[in-house]
Design a protein around this ligand. Structure first.
Ligand code: ADQ
Length: 459
């Protein structure tokens, strides 16, 4: 059996599993330790010297290779092209998308550079799995370097509709690069449909059935692999947190208060401003709830060097100030806003202690928080998930209260409905959701992708 080679923008080196909030990192590490292999990517640091070399660390069967980015590449490849062109575009934010030829050149350059450093680490029968929008051209570069091993790519963001994607000057090159892989995975049918639409109508490609397509002179497999969570772990942590009954944030606060929770990286795709406005609409329309409900919004800062992220941070702070100023009382603030990260067990305490999980992104590839919220609930008294129709998770969790985050009245009504939902209905909806999550786990996601990749080449 071949080794596994994972390439992703960031590498999570296995040191302390418990400290890792991200389940994805653990899932990939488990696969790497089982099969042996390499995890290659950016170290997260900016180089202090020119021409940085990878730092190699060996942990049992896995080689971790991380490389610093030059200041120029950090600005142009990471902040410039990945986070100011592809990220907003893939999240349907053409208004926030900034294209530049220079940034695109750096993007290609970094992908080529990564390949140059990866090649000496490869063995003849490796399976190669590349992750996310930062590294789309990596497979094509590997092919050009003569690697003909099975290569898979998984996109963690949405894949945008053709009309949006074609606004990117290099759209054709990007899709052609995707077609250099043997297997391309998406979260949802929507993403896959958008991709196929492009293949047929822009790339003169064809759909051959059995998940196979033909485009740019290659045959590849394209399929959906909805990412899951470690459901069992979240269920266990949820049960444990109920026993300790001391959610760090919640335990000193009035017990007659109902909590709504939102947990998101501070990103414009997460719909935070719209969420606050919807909550404000709820407070305007249902004054009986004044003094009784608080929205706890956890939003650690993210990509702070990108101007659009500074803007959203300011906008959010202003919105919260205005809202709290308008409604707060001596003994009540409507919004509790926390710009920090928490350990997984603390997050679970917040999830479990909150009557409503308010997860309303404007666009999201999947949204794991929605799944984590459900898994952490008490089966005898579960909370209600209010979930945006534009999160990939809505496809798998139709029993949530599905909302349109742009429709403030609709979200306000859903909050009210969740507040008054009878126990029987809450239990019924929760049961259907947890059953799905127990089947579609993170392990299943990883195994099904690797199984499909193991069958390549498909011709
Ligand atoms: P993200 O945009 O980061 O991921 P999400 O899927 O919600 O979004 O994952 C966030 C993860 O970070 C969750 O596991 C959550 O528990 C954790 N997290 C969030 N806030 C935290 C905090 N304050 N402290 C600690 N942990 C926190 C991208 C895509 C998503 C896709 C995932 C996986 O944008 O759409 O679901 O990748 O493919």
């Amino acid at each position: 059996m071949g080794r596994l080679v994972v390439v992703s923008n960031r590498v999570s080196v296995a040191t302390d599993r418990k400290a890792q909030a991200g389940g994805l990192a653990v899932a990939l590490q488990d696969a790497l330790q089982q099969k042996g292999g390499v995890w290659f990517g950016w170290s997260g640091k900016v180089a202090t010297r020119p021409d940085p070399e990878p730092v190699i660390r060996q942990d049992r069967k896995v080689t971790y290779a991380t490389i610093d980015l030059s200041r120029k590449h950090y600005a142009e490849y990471y902040n410039g092209f990945a986070n100011r062109a592809l990220w907003p575009l893939f999240h349907y934010r053409l208004d926030l998308t900034a294209f530049s030829k220079q940034n695109y050149s750096s993007y290609l350059e970094v992908n080529k550079l990564f390949v140059g450093h990866l090649l000496p680490l490869l063995k003849p029968d490796d399976l190669i799995w590349v992750h996310d929008y930062h590294l789309i051209p990596l497979g094509q570069e590997l092919r050009q370097a003569g690697i003909d091993r099975p290569m898979g790519f998984f996109l963690h963001t949405p894949f945008p509709a053709m009309e949006i994607l074609t606004a990117l000057p290099s759209h054709r090159a990007i899709v052609q690069a995707l077609c250099a892989y043997d297997l391309v995975g998406f979260h949802t049918e929507n993403d896959l449909r958008a991709f196929l639409d492009y293949i047929v109508h822009e790339a003169e490609g064809g759909i051959m059935g059995n998940h196979l397509i033909r485009a740019f002179g290659r045959t590849l497999r394209v399929e959906i692999f909805p990412i899951g969570i470690d459901t069992e772990d979240f269920e266990k942590l949820g049960a444990r947190s109920a026993k300790t009954k001391k959610a760090a944030l919640l335990h000193n606060l009035p017990s007659d208060r109902t909590w709504l929770i939102g947990v998101d990286r501070l990103d414009y795709s997460k719909g935070l401003v719209e969420r606050l406005r919807a909550f404000e609409r709820f407070l305007e329309r249902y004054p009986d709830y004044h003094g009784k409900v608080t929205l706890v919004q956890i939003a650690p800062l993210s990509r702070t060097e990108v101007p659009e992220y500074m803007d959203i941070q300011h906008e959010l702070a202003a919105e919260i100030g205005q809202l709290n100023g308008r409604f707060a009382d001596f003994d009540w603030v409507p919004i509790n806003y926390l710009n920090r990260s928490f350990k997984r067990d603390q997050l679970v305490e917040f999830y479990r202690g909150s009557r409503i999980g308010l997860i309303t992104p404007l666009r999201d590839g999947m949204n794991l928080v929605a799944k984590e919220y459900v898994a952490a609930q008490d089966s005898d008294d579960p909370g209600v998930l209010v979930l945006s129709r534009f999160a990939g998770a809505a496809r798998e969790l139709p029993e949530a209260l599905i909302v349109n985050p742009f429709d403030l009245d609709g979200v306000a009504d859903a909050i009210r409905r969740a507040m008054t939902m009878p126990l029987e209905e809450r239990k019924e909806r929760w049961k259907a959701m947890i059953e799905t999550l127990r089947v579609n786990t993170l392990t299943r996601w990883r195994e099904s992708f690797l199984e499909a990749l193991g069958q390549a080449p498909y011709e």
